[in-house]
Design a protein around this ligand. Structure first.
Ligand code: UDP
Ligand code: MG
Length: 324
């Protein structure tokens, strides 16, 4: 059976962009349908993220023009990551496979062909990876590189140069839905889902119109979210720092006692220095220990799935079918 594909496209204040890019998404979808790659029930699925302009009116007009356009509108602006997750989770009820893509035309829609090929080879998640970043400023390129390296050091698995242009099967989306956290950094969460994955490469271009919604402030917020949502290593660093300062304080204490016996100090100096060094170290260490527990609690309250089953042998499948 041909898979039912939904192209999930978050849109926020994109009235300048949508009339230009929507037809390109539709053309791709129709090409794929004509080529027999996907079913005719496939859709271009817009998620209006509480836009303040006429974006939703444009989406509704498109949907009345062609049945292959559809969409949902969120009650207010929830932010790119939330809008995207909302779109994916709504779409998973309606289709077999999704491809998430920005609506500004920066991601090359033709990469969907190779994504679908990988899907047919059994991949549940296919990452769209930019093979050049010429279209963005040197600052954005450099800072992104540093950020990926930093994430790697913190033990967060991420796909280098991949944003949110990716294919996900219904099964992968069902697994993603099990991640109950609200601070979203999707590209980091998706790598936790597992299953067979692949990457396809494309070159990213300029926005066709309008302005980026990711100014420096929002970019930093997303980066901070990426770190704090996926890693408790910063807490381990505090504990380690506590140990180091404690060790140094011991040296400080020895030094102050030696100085005392060498008569090189004024009265009371040694005891004050010894106390300051000791409590400085002890306090950082204690904060670290408390932090370790908070870190554990943080991971617990996320209520992430403890395991995800990828496959079963035929014998188990037949037993569960009989029980249904
Ligand atoms: N977007 C959204 N909600 C927001 C901000 C952005 O749905 O609050 C959408 C936006 O319409 C676009 C995608 O997210 O389709 C990526 O945003 P943008 O192109 O501004 O980011 P950049 O590509 O510059 O990082
Ligand atoms: Mg963009």
């Amino acid at each position: 059976m041909k898979p039912k594909l939904y192209l999930v496209i978050p849109c926020y204040n994109e009235e300048a962009v949508l009339p230009k890019t929507a037809p390109t998404f539709l053309a791709k979808l129709l090409d794929l349908i004509a080529a027999g790659e996907i079913s005719d029930d496939s859709r271009v699925f817009f998620v209006n993220d509480g836009s303040k302009d006429t974006t939703w009116e444009i989406i509704k007009a498109l949907a009345s023009e062609d049945k292959h356009y559809s969409g949902i509108s969120l009650s207010r602006n929830m932010g790119h990551q939330n809008a995207l997750l909302g779109g994916l989770l709504e779409a998973k009820e309606l289709c077999d496979v999704t491809v998430s893509i920005d609506c500004d035309g920066q991601d090359d829609i033709n990469a969907v062909d190779s994504m679908l090929e990988k899907y047919k080879e059994g991949c549940e998640i296919v990452y769209g990876v930019r093979n050049s970043r010429e279209s963005v400023t040197a600052f954005k390129r450099g800072s992104a590189h540093l950020f990926y390296k930093f994430l790697e050091k913190l033990g967060v698995e991420s796909v280098y140069n991949h944003a949110d242009y990716r294919l996900m099967s219904k099964r992968a989306l069902e697994a993603l839905a099990e991640f109950k956290e609200v601070n979203l950094y999707l590209r980091g969460m998706v790598t936790l889902v597992g299953f067979k994955t692949a990457s396809v490469y494309y070159s990213r271009t300029e926005r066709v119109a309008g302005q980026s919604h990711y100014p420096l402030k929002k970019m930093l917020k997303l980066a901070l979210n990426g770190i704090t949502s996926l890693s408790v290593k910063p807490i381990h660093l505090i504990t380690a720092l506590g140990f180091i300062v404690m060790a140094l304080s011991l040296l400080g204490i020895i030094w102050s006692v030696v100085a005392y016996f060498l008569n090189a100090t004024v009265a009371g100096w040694s005891s004050i220095i010894a106390i300051i060094c000791f409590f400085g170290g002890a306090q950082i260490l204690c904060i670290g220990v408390i932090g370790e527990y908070i870190g554990k609690m943080y991971m617990e309250v996320k209520a992430r799935p403890r395991y995800i089953v990828a496959d079963k042998t035929a014998t188990i499948k037949s037993v569960s079918n009989r029980n249904e």
